[in-house]
Design a binder for this molecule. Structure first.
Ligand code: URA
Length: 443
């Protein structure tokens, strides 16, 4: 019956209406998404509609309808077996972004459940799943049943997107990717939120990155996306907030899977680079605030710092790694993680200050070393990547080390050296540096 009703749906008329700047009703959006899933709406029609949305946009109401229709295209996980508030974080993706690996155990150690579903690396950005899999034995492919049980037991699970959640988004994203319709704020919003709302969370904190290494290149675009995500998430019944964060240089000193996991573990040991620590602590504090366990940012930050200082976050990480089949000894001895054997070190060719470290170029260079993938089916090399020795604004002398490249094949190291060298600019004037946190958006 439902199929018959959808066949009567005039998809060409809806496409034309959107193309001319009109609005679609909630029911029409639900029917289009359902028809896309059962095959009665063709891929070419869905692509044409995506292009019309790209040019004409969608109202908040249409975006909410799209988000909920895509959420409901698959399973919606119930986490009613978990007593604690359930909060996830989503990053729009950057270079050297290993935050999830230290953030999740910190927040879970503060009494908030973290059902974290992450992605794999594609293109210049890395993926949390690939970084976690650098830990020998670590399984990210838990079933929904295992995911629920682990959350009930230890309050945190770090897993990959299951095919059961928001399958309409997966299919639509595949079309958008090849039809020039990815960069649409309503489509990005419904894509991100449909997956997150299917996880059974109470609230969500978004890390919307801005800069050369990010999806959004300007602050105004990133702010527009963050506001849309927050507003649509709230209209969909969840507490959603966003941090706008700087992605003009790589985060921390490492790019590549095992290298980044090691650096994230350092944060749990109370060490690690300042910028990574700042980003992790601020996101963790926002998650505690959003979960209602801390009233103010200052209270939340104190709680987060204590969880690291007293070893509770580290202990939580050991539990997570053990529960997911990994070697928990790695948490205390990260040096045991893989490091690729072929190396090359890049040195400064002049005296001065580091005025630029191009994250996009370094992201692509890391991919070329084997740490990332250009097609979804490619394998990644856990030990490949780049270690930086400097950050923006550091003073260097000719011959000082700037970075080391790691790869399992000598040719890859040779092939990447010029690209890594070209990612650095050394100038006479010390550049202005700023916090990674640009703004918090809660409305
Ligand atoms: N990330 C997503 O999950 N979806 C988009 O559309 C863009 C980025």
């Amino acid at each position: 019956m439902a199929r018959k009703k959808r066949q009567a749906l005039q998809v060409p008329e809806l496409i034309v209406r959107k193309r001319e700047g009109g609005q679609l009703s909630e029911q029409e959006i639900r029917d289009v998404v359902a028809g896309f899933m059962d095959g009665s709406v063709a891929d070419y029609q869905m692509s044409a509609l995506a292009m019309a949305v790209y040019f004409r946009g969608m109202s908040f109401e249409e975006t909410v309808a799209m988000t909920l229709a895509m959420r409901d295209s698959g399973k919606v996980v119930s986490l009613d077996n978990v007593d604690a508030p359930k909060v996830d974080k989503h990053s729009t993706g950057g270079v050297g972004d290993k935050v999830s690996i230290c953030l999740a155990p910190i927040v879970a150690a503060c009494g908030v459940a973290v059902p974290m579903m992450s992605g794999r690396g594609l293109g210049h950005t890395g993926g949390t799943l690939d970084k976690l899999e650098a830990i020998p034995g670590f399984r990210v492919d838990l079933s929904v049943r295992e995911f629920r049980a682990q959350l009930g037991k230890i309050g945190c699970a770090l897993i990959g997107q299951t095919g059961d959640l928001a399958p309409a988004d997966k299919r639509l994203y595949a079309l958008r990717d090849v039809t020039g319709t990815v960069e649409s704020i309503p489509l990005i919003t419904s894509s991100i939120l449909s997956k997150k709302l299917a996880e059974g969370i109470d609230s969500l904190v978004l890390d919307v990155k801005v800069g050369r290494g990010a999806f959004m290149k300007t602050e105004s675009h990133a702010r527009e996306l963050a506001r849309c995500l927050v507003r649509v998430g709230r209209l969909a019944g969840k507490r959603v907030s966003a941090l706008l964060t700087d992605m003009h240089t790589p985060i921390g000193y490492t790019i590549g899977n095992a290298l980044e996991t090691t650096e994230a573990l350092e944060v749990l040991h109370g060490q690690g680079p300042n910028d990574l620590q700042e980003l992790t602590f601020e996101l963790a504090a926002e998650m505690l605030r959003s979960a209602g366990v801390s009233k103010t940012r200052a209270q939340a930050l104190r709680r987060v710092e204590l969880a690291v200082r007293d070893g509770a976050a580290l202990q939580k990480m050991r539990q997570i790694v053990e529960a997911q089949g990994g070697d928990p000894g790695v948490v205390d001895e990260p040096d045991r993680l893989a490091v690729a054997r072929h190396r090359s070190t890049i040195k400064a060719r002049s005296n001065g200050y580091v005025t630029e470290i191009d994250p996009l170029e370094l992201g692509y260079a890391s991919m070329g070393l084997g740490a990332g993938r250009s097609r979804a089916e490619d394998a990644v090399d856990p030990g490949a990547g780049i270690r930086l020795y400097v950050q923006l604004g550091d003073r260097v002398r000719t011959g000082d080390e700037l970075a080391t490249l790691y790869a399992s094949e000598r040719a890859r190291v040779r092939g990447g050296a010029d690209r890594v060298a070209a990612s650095f600019r050394i100038g006479k004037r010390r550049p202005a540096t700023r916090s990674r946190i640009i703004e918090t958006i809660r409305r």
